[in-house]
Ligand binder design. Structure first.
Ligand SMILES: NC(=O)c1ccc[n+]([C@@H]2O[C@H](COP(=O)([O-])OP(=O)(O)OC[C@H]3O[C@@H](n4cnc5c(N)ncnc54)[C@H](O)[C@@H]3O)[C@@H](O)[C@H]2O)c1
Length: 338
């Protein structure tokens, strides 16, 4: 099958390389509205057609699928046009700027019988696959909380705030690994550095409450002197720490927890702490995007949704949208309809 990439900026270049080197796909076309961005693909991928007009791709019946890696504001219009042209459509995270747009794309993809795929890249990393396996095997017990920190210095985005830029990664990991249903979101943040008239937040803290009374917390920041990519998942049996900055032991499982004494023991201590062994499972070393390109191809071949379909894109956008409303109202909780 033939694929075209629309948007050849920072992330689009990774898509071009992975589709080009894939054994399954034929990279047919690269598109960017800025002609300067096409110079590198023209040199690196001879034989691949380059265009500044996305409409050329939609009109080409030989193109089976398109991957859209443009700024978030443009995702909806480009994805809508691609789907209506009958192309299987890969959209970068976050899927759209609103849940209404995401719902519309889901309905359109169904109507035109094409796959709508969202690039939640982390889901295709061996580490996140392993975390899901560990949780599903019941090793952590019930999941009590999810706590993520994703901070670094830059890259400031010009079209979205730090929550829309960074939190999709952690929200998608949370959804994939736990399947928890959010009921409300509250968020606070600040545009400490004013770099555009849109007053986009550069630092934010978001809390999500789930149907089962568990809680998720997300800390995102473009102004941190150090880069941290860490998730703690607290379970009733064990606790897991995923540190993506670690080159080797990315996942550590701690046999730690607490137990509450029964009423009869109430005159002793109420809470007992348990700190046991730590175990770090072996993880493969595979490039997530290469896995994802293959998965997109295989899913189209059997006409089955990908594991990060439009539905998971919608899950993420609903939480981001609620966080945006809460941010504008000093952190009041905003309810999410499931
Ligand atoms: N999955 C990930 O881990 C990951 C990482 C980084 C960025 N992203 C996502 O990728 C998308 C792009 O981000 P980026 O950092 O590459 O941005 P970027 O600004 O570097 O690149 C975007 C490119 O799109 C082009 N473009 C804009 N509108 C266009 C249009 N209508 N038609 C054709 N080309 C158009 C621009 O000229 C630019 O070259 C965003 O949605 C971002 O959230 C995903």
């Amino acid at each position: 099958m033939k694929v075209a990439v629309i948007g050849c900026g920072y992330w689009g270049k990774h898509l071009l390389r992975n589709f080009y080197t894939s054994d399954k796909w034929e990279l047919a076309c690269a598109c960017d509205s800025n002609a300067g961005q096409l110079e590198a693909p023209e040199k690196s991928y001879p034989g691949v057609r380059c265009t500044t007009n996305a409409a050329d791709i939609f009109a080409d019946p030989s193109v089976d699928a398109v991957a859209i890696a443009t700024p978030v504001d443009s995702h909806f219009d480009l994805a809508k046009a691609a789907i209506e042209a009958g192309k299987h459509t890969w959209v970068e995270k976050p899927l759209t700027s609103s849940s209404a747009q995401a719902n519309e794309l889901l309905a359109l993809a169904k109507k035109h019988n094409v796959l709508l795929h969202v690039d939640h890249t982390y889901i295709y990393t061996p580490a996140v696959r392993k975390i899901k396996q560990i949780i599903e095997a019941g090793e952590l017990g019930d999941i009590l909380y999810f706590d993520s920190v994703r901070v670094n210095l830059g890259l400031f985005q010009h079209d979205v705030n730090v929550i829309w830029d960074l939190a999709p990664h952690d929200i998608s990991i949370l959804e994939y690994c736990t399947g928890k249903k959010p009921v409300s979101v509250n968020a606070t943040g600040s545009s400490i550095v004013k770099y555009s008239d849109r007053n986009l937040e550069n630092i934010a803290y978001m809390t999500v409450n789930f149907e089962d009374n568990s809680i998720g917390h997300f800390h995102v920041n473009w102004l941190s002197p150090v880069k941290i990519r860490r998730i703690i998942i607290g379970g009733s049996r064990k606790m897991l720490v995923f540190n993506d900055m670690e080159p080797m032991e990315k996942i550590k499982i701690y046999d730690s927890g607490v137990s509450i004494n029964s009423r009869e023991d109430v005159y002793e201590t109420l809470v007992r702490y348990r700190t046991g062994d730590m175990f770090s499972p072996a993880i493969d070393n595979k490039e997530a995007l290469a896995e994802e390109c293959n998965h997109f191809f295989d899913s189209i071949a059997v006409n089955k949704p990908t594991i990060t379909s439009g539905q998971s894109g919608l899950y993420v956008v609903k939480i981001l949208e609620a966080a945006g409303k809460s941010l504008k109202n000093n952190g009041v909780p905003v309810t999410i309809d499931n």
